[in-house]
Design a protein around this ligand. Structure first.
Ligand code: SF4
Length: 503
């Protein structure tokens, strides 16, 4: 399926990939029901692209695609982001500001306040339109900050009133002489926030990657990641590759280099839109090997990179040296962690990777909570079927729940699992929930932590740090109250309400 860069709007992943947000069963069943294998076979969509999903009669607050697009645009250097929205959408900027400063500290950059401005739409604008206010804000942003690029992010409100954001961006681009890139990320357009990744990657591909790269660099590999420290250079430098680390904080120069690279690798297939677009538009091949979580997967991933960049003669020595280097510590960690029960809560491919890591460490994982599920990827290549690969290489996950970070469902899923610890993304929500339930929790903010050979050691040591805190969490639980009635507090089926609604 081709990515359409001719239109300013990225097709949502719900439409492109048949993404679902509500499902429950075994991981094996979900992998089988997804496109790569049999499709669901229940006559619910052409070509089996659509999985049958559950429907919950109740919903709690969550994220939206606008937040993902805006955050990831804001942390691109020398840019200003304008949120064309009511002020409430801009509340996410407190997170972006913290994230930006943390990234700067970890990557050795000068910490700066991210530059974003909200048009603060009022009722008046909702009636008469907000394009004048948008034009005025773009001029003000340019005068104040002299950016090299301005992004304009849409919102539910501007989608509803139909403001001509593309026309205004074009007009102001001519006036001020720098790219003004519209990001169409109305929160209501997609049921899952990860569509926001596609929106920012669509904007980068359309406007910030040069159409005709002046040179091709055989030693450069694009690494698209969710953000965090560079754990890739130590793995890829020994086979003679330089890393162009993009997303999660970029310079415009790094983005301009994307089309010159020898290959692109994506550290989470949720971000694969950019990699597939680079292959489609610029002929930069996308590495499709399963993600490097666990020893065998990391070996295979490195071999695939070496094959595509003609470095096969270097890779075996690197694999052998890395395995040997971590072997004693891995053995120690396995000895200490054997028999522990872990509960994984994270987004799609990243959740699959964490499960693989835990199992490599000898931890039992029978329960997982994935924030969404993509039955396919933009390349449509079965090699990128991370759930199928997980089941095939490490076995089934009997209780696999898909839920868009709904606390009431996570409460039931964790209660059912009775884990020794929870490992999760979304530290501000999932980690707090698990902690208040009295369970030691390891929040993973930067998803790079579990990657490659060293990732196993990092994760194993981190789990050992949280496991002894049981008494601390028991005390937290003693002083915590949930806003649910007793019958739900004892419920262990995350989709019990859906079953009731269907009766
Ligand atoms: S874009 Fe829509 S869903 Fe997202 S924060 Fe704004 S109003 Fe809410």
């Amino acid at each position: 399926m081709a990515i359409n860069l001719r239109t300013p709007q990225a097709e949502t992943r719900d439409q492109r990939l048949g993404t679902i947000t509500q499902w429950q069963g075994s991981a094996r069943q979900l992998a089988q029901d997804s496109t790569f294998t049999y499709a669901c076979g229940r006559d619910c969509g052409p070509g089996g692209r659509r999985l049958c999903e559950l429907s919950s009669p109740y919903s709690q607050a969550s994220m939206c695609a606008e937040q993902i697009a805006v955050t990831n645009a804001t942390i691109i250097k020398d840019t200003v982001v304008i949120q064309h929205s009511p002020i409430g959408c801009a509340s996410s900027q407190s997170f972006t500001s913290r994230y930006s400063r943390d990234l700067a500290a970890r990557r050795g950059w000068k910490p700066e306040d991210p530059k974003s401005i909200c048009t603060n739409l009022s009722e008046q604008d909702m009636v008469f339109g907000g394009v004048d206010r948008l034009a005025q804000t773009i001029r003000e942003a340019y005068a104040r900050h002299h950016p090299r690029v301005i992004f304009v992010a849409t919102s539910c409100a501007t989608g509803i009133i139909g403001d001509d954001v593309d026309g205004t961006a074009r007009q102001l681009e001519e006036e001020i002489g720098i790219p003004v890139v519209a990001l169409h990320c109305e929160g209501f357009k997609s049921r899952h926030w990860s569509s926001g990744w596609d929106v920012i990657e669509h904007g980068i591909l359309r406007r910030l990657v040069p159409n005709r790269p002046t040179e091709k660099r055989g030693d450069l590999i694009n690494v698209i990641h969710l953000g965090g420290p560079d754990v890739f250079s130590p793995l890829l430098n020994p086979i003679g590759l330089k890393v162009n680390l993009v997303m999660g904080g970029n310079s415009l120069e790094r983005l301009a280099d994307l089309s010159t690279a020898a290959a692109t690798v994506t550290m989470c297939f949720v971000l694969s839109y950019l990699a597939t677009g680079l292959e489609q538009e610029y002929g930069v091949p996308e590495i499709r090997a399963p993600l490097p979580y666990g020893l065998d997967a990391t070996d295979a991933w490195l071999r695939d990179i070496a094959r595509l960049t003609q470095r096969e003669h270097l890779v075996e020595a690197v694999i052998a040296a890395e395995r040997e280097r971590i072997a004693p510590e891995l053995k120690r960690l396995r000895g200490l962690l054997a028999g522990k029960r872990g509960f994984v809560a994270a987004g799609a491919a990243f959740a699959h990777g964490l499960i693989a890591d835990l199992r490599e460490l000898g931890i039992t994982v029978d329960d997982a909570f994935s924030f969404h599920h993509d039955p396919t990827t933009d390349s449509g290549d079965a090699e990128q079927d991370s759930l199928g690969h997980l089941v095939q290489s490490t076995g089934d996950v009997p209780n696999f729940t898909v839920s868009p970070d709904q606390h009431f469902q996570a409460h039931a899923a964790i209660l059912r699992a009775k884990p020794d610890f929870v490992i999760c993304r979304h530290s501000g929500s999932m980690a707090i929930l698990a902690g208040r339930m009295g369970i030691p929790v390891l929040p993973i903010f930067y998803s790079n932590d579990g990657l490659g050979y060293e990732g196993l050691i990092t994760i194993g040591r981190a789990i050992l740090r949280v496991l002894p805190r049981r008494r601390f969490y028991a005390q937290i639980a003693e002083h915590s109250r949930f806003p649910y009635q007793d019958w739900w507090l004892n419920e262990t089926d995350p989709y019990a309400l859906s079953a009731e609604a269907a009766e």
